[in-house]
Design a protein around this ligand. Structure first.
Ligand code: FE2
Length: 426
């Protein structure tokens, strides 16, 4: 009570206030924040009271803004106290073209690399054992999924960015690690129960284990598969499900994901041809994470799409995914399809115009509106690196909130504008 809220993290949809700039003065306001599911917000200790640890920004920390991060509602015990008082530096306009990696990101990449190596080895062993008819050591997979979950808890982007970069010959094993990481991150974003988060991580590691029933020559074949080869590939969900059913301790969600990750929302998937409400949340999440990692990885027959290209294309596929859930997935990875309205940490609104380069996870956002001045500005293209502190995408925003009279026309005009890239260091 008495703190001044400078901004909420994440999407405008997720917070229950018309304004994100105000002092918390009533217990009703406090309750609404606590019950909203918002995970973090920035406060301005110069306009309201500071956090109770009494820590003031040091000389190097010019910003009056503090980010508070805690979980409201459901307990999430591993959110560290240190993170909860993290101070963000006030953006220097000169720095806008040179995004700095977030503190801790580089260190977490080193830790994540070790976790990935360890998991890849274990997944390779698991596939080899399964090929020889051995049951899956579920306990080992649970340990690995929980190490991946811990890395994501510390910094979600580090492990997810690293595991996307696969060599062609390590796809099968690293794909399992990637789907595990994406599922955990997605499940946390959806605020699922901690046990479900862990089970979905294990499910990600195990979802393709039925591929041991398909020959490597078919799995790695460049070009189009014959009808017979396609039929062979299509056996892997049922084969994997059978294998897990015979492995002690495999979570129900792992069996479900294994069997259903190739179903599509319009009923055209396999093996069951289930559609709409017949598909569980795990199946819908799994279909998204599985395809997202597949298309953002280099394959024998296709270069990888960038994350932005992948989300843009996946949004166009009619009948494949649960489209509302696909939007939530985009929010969970902080990467948005071309044409999405987003708010930037610069205080501007922009439209995502594309990837910043081939194979790059960076995106270009065309800023066209100043949220403080409530006015359009000359459009400018800002390169946004997901690992950078600034500029960064704060979240998806709502055209109706800003009362743009004809959003489609405005978006079209912004996307069609001739814009010079912002000045940078080269
Ligand atoms: Fe699969």
């Amino acid at each position: 009570m008495g703190m001044f809220v400078h901004a909420f993290e994440g999407s405008w949809f997720d917070h229950p206030f018309w304004r994100s700039n105000f002092r918390i003065e009533t217990s009703e306001q406090l309750e609404r924040i606590r019950n909203s599911g918002i995970e973090g917000l920035m406060i301005d200790p110069e306009r309201g009271i500071a956090p109770s640890d009494g820590r003031q920004p040091s000389k190097g920390e010019a910003s009056p803004h503090r980010k508070l991060s805690r979980s409201w509602g459901r307990p999430r015990p591993t959110v560290s106290a240190a993170r909860s008082t993290r101070v963000f530096a006030q953006p220097d306009p000169e720095d806008r073209a040179a995004p700095r990696p977030r503190r801790g990101y580089v260190g977490e990449c080193r830790r994540a690399k070790r976790t990935i190596d360890r998991t890849r080895q274990a997944v390779t062993d698991m596939f080899e054992g399964a090929r020889l008819g051995r049951a899956v050591e579920v306990k080992r997979m649970v340990k690995l999924a929980s190490a991946i979950g811990a890395s994501i808890e510390r910094d979600a982007k580090a492990l997810i960015n690293l595991v996307r970069l696969k060599e062609k010959d390590e796809y099968t094993y690293l794909h399992s690690v990637a789907v595990c990481a994406l599922m955990i991150n997605f499940a946390r974003h959806l605020e699922l129960d901690p046990q479900e988060v862990e089970d979905l991580g294990v499910a990600g590691l195990l979802h393709d284990v039925g591929k041991v029933a398909v020959s490597d020559a078919i799995l790695n074949k460049p070009g189009v598969l014959s009808k017979g080869e396609m039929q062979s590939v299509r056996t892997h969900p049922v084969a994997g499900h059978r294998l897990l059913a015979n492995s002690a301790g495999a979570p129900d969600l792992a069996l479900e994901l294994c069997l259903r990750h190739h179903e599509k929302i319009d009923g055209s998937g396999y093996p069951g041809g289930l559609k709409g409400d017949e598909l569980s949340l795990a199946a819908r999440m799994g279909a998204i994470c599985d395809v997202y990692d597949a298309v953002t990885s280099n394959r024998p027959y296709k270069r990888a799409w960038t994350p932005c290209e992948a989300l843009t294309e996946m949004k166009k596929w009619k009948g494949h995914f649960d489209s509302a859930l696909l939007d939530r997935f985009a929010d969970s990875v902080g990467i948005y399809a071309v044409g999405t309205l987003v708010r930037l940490s610069t205080g501007e609104l922009g439209v995502v115009v594309g990837s910043a380069g081939e194979a790059s996870e960076d995106v270009v956002v065309r800023a066209f509106f100043d949220c403080d001045a409530l006015a359009e500005i000359e459009p400018v293209d800002r390169a946004v690196a997901p690992s950078a502190e600034h500029p960064r995408i704060v979240g998806r925003d709502s055209p109706s909130f800003w009362r743009f009279p004809d959003w489609d026309a405005l978006r079209h005009r912004v996307l069609a504008a001739k814009v010079a890239p912002e000045d940078g260091e080269g």
